[in-house]
Write a protein that binds this ligand. Sequence first.
Ligand code: NAG
Ligand code: NAG
Length: 437
Amino acid sequence: MAISLTLRTTLLLFLITLTCPKQCTSHAPLTLKLLLHTKSTKPQESSKKKTGYLHSKSTPSSHLDNSWTTDTSGIVSHVTPIPNPAAFLANISIGNPPVSQLLLIDTGSDLTWIQCLPCKCYPQTIPFFHPSRSSTYRNASCESAPNAMPRIFRDENTGNCRYSLRYRDFSSTRGILAKESLTFQTSDDGLITKPDVVFGCGQDNSGFTQYSGVLGLGPGKFSIVTRNFGSRFSYCFGSLTDPTYPYNILILGEGAKIEGDPTPLHISQDRYYLDLQAISLGENLLDIEPYVFKRYGSHQGGTVIDTGCSPTILAREAYETLSGEIDDLLLGEVMIRHVEGWEPYTNPCYVGNMKLNLLGFPVVTFHFAGGAELALDVESLFVSSESGDSFCLAMSMNTFDDMSVIGAMAQQSYNVGYDLQNMNVYFQRTDCEILDA
Ligand SMILES: *[C@@H]1O[C@H](CO)[C@@H](O)[C@H](O)[C@H]1NC(C)=O
Ligand SMILES: *[C@@H]1O[C@H](CO)[C@@H](O)[C@H](O)[C@H]1NC(C)=O
């Protein structure tokens, strides 16, 4: 009795973290229908602080290259994973003197925001950003953000421009638009500073934890990608559960690694859509009608790539088929038991040890237009309970609008390159260590 209770509690805990909407806030706009004219972004939190691979610069300011030439070839940020909620965080420095902040890498939203003192802030793992201690901080006017995606309005009392974003789980950030210098590392271990980047100085943030804010890499007008870094970026993610792996990286601008197999990219509703066409389990192409992945209506269906969303989300028919096949395989051949009380359609869960019991489990492959593929191995498909005696499928079904989402979990062990000029996304399964610098 005590044992099953414990199991249930553990399981419940991680089910909640896996399905919690805040892990997929960028997805919120779609499913949310703008709760109060708010915009959607999505943050996450991070707790890993020590990775050991970030070289601290002894005298950062002496290395600053404030010229910010058009050669943006070497702008990189080291990336730290956090397993719970599953997310990849970029280490970016802000202000002068620069202080580092950990931001959720989010291809599903546009506004970059950072918790700013003084504030009603949630706890983060590194010190808060203090605008009054930075010589480069400026309040920004609403004119600096024409057509901004987040709802903004001029505060008549102060003349500042206020923004407000709310996510579907009611987590939110509110504050003022500001301009700051962002300092990035360069591929040759130097530093480069980009002045006057408009961002949200978050003064009232809730519903998140651990990380300092969100790095909005979405395709909208407000995104730092489109506003500051031209038309290319790439990221290489290792494992979400290995914070010591030093090669996870985000590259902004011309130096992005655009490698591997391309698939056409479509931008709509400020989201990156890919053309997912089929899913296979091992050698077997699953019987899913291709229309299941297509966009329809004004903005329903389709497949979005969104690093700010932890799990993979599939449209009902695709989810039912894939999870059904996986269930058959596990219960039939591997002889695993369902964890009691799992809810069909939200993460089937099993009694067993993920590493031991799923040895040799077939890869699930997502097939995209043009031939690009994303292969999901056990680590990308399942999450283990902390105790290691049960595990769940790290996917959920979108019952709301049939949109499918390729989240952070599914992108482990891949370099993903975005070329917004030629409108392609490139997938390359790789060990990030061997990406040439
Ligand atoms: C972020 O990068 C800076 C500069 O390289 C480094 O000093 C700091 O330790 C890093 N922070 C984290 C949390 O990794
Ligand atoms: C920004 O605006 C706030 C009022 O909202 C003000 O207290 C602060 O001094 C301003 N900062 C700068 C650098 O102008």
